[in-house]
Ligand binder design. Structure first.
Ligand SMILES: [Zn+2]
Length: 181
């Protein structure tokens, strides 16, 4: 297992739509190793709740999700997923605004943060690392995170989704002001 190097805002790979993987590729050692390294990188570097392949330099449609309860979000569910070729196949109802940032925007301890509206509930279809197809509805923080990560696979970044541009704040300032820590 090894830490994968981050790409940074401005790198064209973050703006490039990714390529879907074939069944042969998904079951290959190369892709399995890459998925293991993505998970390892997300967990060991404390990169937050999700990581998409372009963020570590590969223009392929893979994202890993790792959500768990935190002091600021104690109600978070525990969600660990590997999504290959994910697609949002249904969006339900209205959007909800949540605070959101991205580790592809500079310092991992002090990146920009902003309020981003996302659909409250979505249905996602994807293939897992064992090449099994899934279809499931997600809501709450999981739906929010999945929309951020699937955007990455289409070359879309959270800054493109910010409506209230005056909500921008650094995460360090956000923590100081809004979290009692
Ligand atoms: Zn991101």
């Amino acid at each position: 297992m090894r830490i994968l190097r981050r790409t940074q805002f401005g790198n064209p790979i973050l703006r490039q739509p990714t390529r879907e993987l074939s069944h042969e590729e998904i079951v290959s050692t190369k892709v399995k190793d890459f998925v293991v390294n993505m998970r390892y990188t997300l967990e060991s570097k404390g990169y937050g709740v999700g990581l998409a392949a372009p963020q570590v330099g590969k223009a392929v449609a893979i994202t890993v999700i790792g959500i768990k309860p935190t002091p600021s979000r104690p109600d978070n569910p525990v969600i660990n997923l590997v999504l290959i070729n994910p697609k949002i196949i249904k969006k339900y109802g209205s959007k909800k605004t949540m605070w959101e940032g991205c580790i592809s925007f500079g310092d991992t301890k002090n990146f920009p943060y902003a309020q981003v509206p996302r659909y409250k509930k979505i249905r996602v279809q994807w293939i897992d690392e064992m090449a099994k197809t899934h279809e499931e509805d997600f809501e709450g923080i999981t739906a929010h995170v999945l929309q951020h990560e699937i955007d990455h696979l289409n070359g879309v970044l959270f800054v493109d989704r910010v409506k209230d541009t005056k909500s921008y704040i650094t995460i360090a300032e956000y923590k100081k002001r809004f979290l009692k820590s």
